[in-house]
Design a protein around this ligand. Structure first.
Ligand code: G6P
Length: 608
């Protein structure tokens, strides 16, 4: 979703901001803009479409200012257009503001302002911020932003500059991420480390209801109540390679191929082979309570939610814990009534998804313990959970999440194994699970070596406009995730369904024009899945089956087969999802879709 990057230093701001915006492109956006300050003068440029449009507009101009704010917008209030792009400004064009999040009471503020004679130039909620800051300004920009914070409801990460205050950028946060970057030759602020990673990996996180004044050499943080905060920079691990394609045509494909390493990274240093038990240092602060836990709720959104759905089956298989899984967007509005010592496990790649964040806040309010499985170190969810486990999966840029899913499944398995060993899982079972986990990267590599075969299947079917994905038990969430991937990147309509529900509706759709992807590994559900396949075949529906190597009898029954190596029942999802990802990717490629930036989608959904 929307992204912010700001710079103030000794170099020209323009190229630094444009480069920063390009690094934020992966989050999803439809327009962009920036404001550069040069002495008592601010130049503002905005454009619709890609950052290259903004570049074209500014390429031949002499823009020397060394401080500025920039933004990628993902439209929420008002269509994508130049007048709705950020920065937004006040009547006198003194103040320029970029904003992520939603000002929920903007309509009432706007009405009052219109009555007072202010003419609005955009349809955005953000414009009220510019007018409010202008009205509150009497020479001190920080103070004007602070006063404004108290009169707006909703969420914001914002950055503000004022014509008469050169040498200062004021940033503020409530609900939307904002990080200060401390560089040698200047300072930064951004919604995402990616935007400034080339210049610095020394970052300071702003907390909710804090603001900061950033200058060339320094930064000062305070709370909305004007209390000064002293916070030192932390170093974030950052592989610049993560942000490069390294010869792959798309980040999605690169990240699919990174998965053997992703699984290894999730397990690195965490396996005690001889004890058949993982070591998870991050949850030790809550271990005394966690080991007694008998009720757990897993929450997440999108792909993270489907990882949670697989997690439930893994926990049921390995532990004595009752597990519920819920979409964070629903969970946050439920009347929650937790049994004592309930643990809520939040799954999130970005650690910033608004609904997941709200869900964990509600869970804490209602007395649950909250832990996180998060990829982005220092993100809001990482900081607001009592303890957690990092994925260490590196940056995921493709909007359609791939490597994060297998990483989340790997970590959920480790957590379940740790708890299971504490309950009644035997040493032999623990050791076997660890052995099989260690073999997974090679098994994934083997599936990836069949990518051409999967591409040829995608070529055969990509013109079909409706697909069905079916699975049972562990395979059911994989069917859901497979269908989600297909929708996200190829825009083909796909339904993920539990195969047992076929007869209650979806079977009516089966005909020769609707391919079904059946997840049929050799597990306890295999025979039942075969019955479903026969029902589809007798209605002349094409079937692509994802099967365990050597299951020859299935080959004769279906139209196309993709083989995955054998593993333990609860580890099959990690293997079975890979062909689904590749089917979606290649179908999208045949359809010439914008795979890394699918329409209307955002990588990090920071508004409700
Ligand atoms: C967006 C992304 C998905 C992601 C979901 C949850 O919809 O496009 O790929 O699965 O958000 O994101 P999170 O960062 O919380 O895992």
């Amino acid at each position: 979703m929307c992204g912010i990057v700001c710079y103030i230093g000794k170099d020209k701001a323009m190229p630094i901001l444009i480069e920063g915006l390009k690094k934020l492109e992966y989050r999803g956006y439809d327009s962009a803009g920036l404001a550069i300050q040069d002495g008592n003068h601010i130049d503002c440029y905005r454009s619709v479409g890609k950052i290259t449009e903004l570049e074209k507009k500014t390429n031949d101009l002499e823009i020397n200012g060394t401080s500025g704010i920039a933004h990628t917008r993902w439209a929420t209030h008002g269509e994508p257009s130049e007048r709705n792009a950020h920065p937004q400004t006040d009547v006198r064009e003194d103040i320029f503001v970029v904003h992520n999040g939603i000002i929920e009471n903007y309509i009432s503020i706007k009405r009052k302002m219109e009555k007072a004679g202010i003419t609005f130039r955009s349809d955005t909620d953000t414009e009220v911020l510019a007018h409010l800051i202008a009205l509150n300004f009497d020479g001190d920009l920080n103070e004007a932003v602070r006063k404004t914070m108290s009169s707006v409801e909703g969420t914001f990460g914002m950055a503000v500059v004022h014509k008469t205050v050169p040498g200062e950028i004021v940033v503020a946060r409530r609900g939307s991420p904002l990080i200060i970057g401390v560089g040698e030759e200047g300072n930064f602020a951004a919604s995402d480390v990616a935007a400034m990673a080339r210049y610095t990996n020394e970052v300071v996180h702003l907390n909710d209801n804090e603001l900061a004044t950033i200058t060339k050499k320094d930064f000062h943080i305070s709370t909305a109540q004007a209390k000064t905060i002293t916070r030192h920079a932390e170093t974030v691990e950052w592989e610049t390679e993560d942000a490069e394609l390294n010869g792959f045509p798309h980040f999605m494909l690169k990240e699919i191929f990174e998965q053997p390493e992703t699984i290894r990274n999730a397990m690195r240093g965490r396996l005690e082979k001889s004890e058949g038990v993982p070591k998870l240092g991050g949850i030790m602060p809550v271990w005394d309570r966690l080991k007694e836990c008998r009720h757990m709720v897993i929450v997440g959104c999108g792909t993270s939610y489907y990882a949670g759905c697989v997690g439930r089956y893994i926990f049921e298989r390995l532990t004595e814990i009752d597990v519920e899984v819920e979409l964070a967007s629903e969970f946050r509005y439920r009347k929650l009534n937790f049994p004592p010592n309930t643990f809520v496990v939040s799954l999130s790649q970005s650690g910033e998804t608004a609904d997941t964040l709200a869900a964990i806040r509600e869970a804490r309010r209602k007395g649950a313990h909250v832990i996180g499985i998060v990829n982005v170190v220092g993100s809001s969810i990482a900081r607001e959970t009592e303890a957690g486990i990092y994925n260490h999966a590196g940056l995921e840029i493709g909007v359609a999440s791939t490597k994060m899913f297998v990483s989340q499944l790997t970590i959920l398995t480790l957590l379940a194994l740790l708890l299971g060993r504490h309950h009644n899982l035997s040493l032999t079972d623990g050791m076997e699970a660890i052995r099989e986990l260690e073999d997974l990267p090679d098994k994934v590599r083997k599936i990836l070596s069949e990518a051409n075969h999967i591409q040829s299947i995608a070529e055969k079917y990509y013109r079909y406009s409706n697909w069905l994905f079916l699975g049972r038990q562990y395979g059911y969430p994989i069917a859901m995730e497979g269908a989600l991937k297909m929708k996200e990147v190829s825009y083909i309509h796909a339904e993920g369904y539990p195969a047992g529900e076929m007869k209650h509706g979806p079977i009516a759709l089966i005909n020769p024009d609707m391919p079904t992807v059946a997840i049929v590994p050799r597990d306890s559900m295999c025979d039942k899945m075969i019955n479903n396949i026969q029902e589809i075949k007798s209605r002349r529906g094409p079937v692509i089956a994802i099967v365990t190597e050597g299951d020859g009898n299935l080959k004769e029954m279906v139209d196309d087969v993709i083989e995955i190596p054998a593993t333990l029942d609860f580890l099959y999802p990690i293997l079975a999802v890979i062909p689904c990802q590749l089917l979606a990717y290649y179908s999208a490629r045949f359809l010439k879709r914008d795979i890394d930036r699918p329409r209307n989608l955002a990588k990090s959904v920071t508004v409700e």
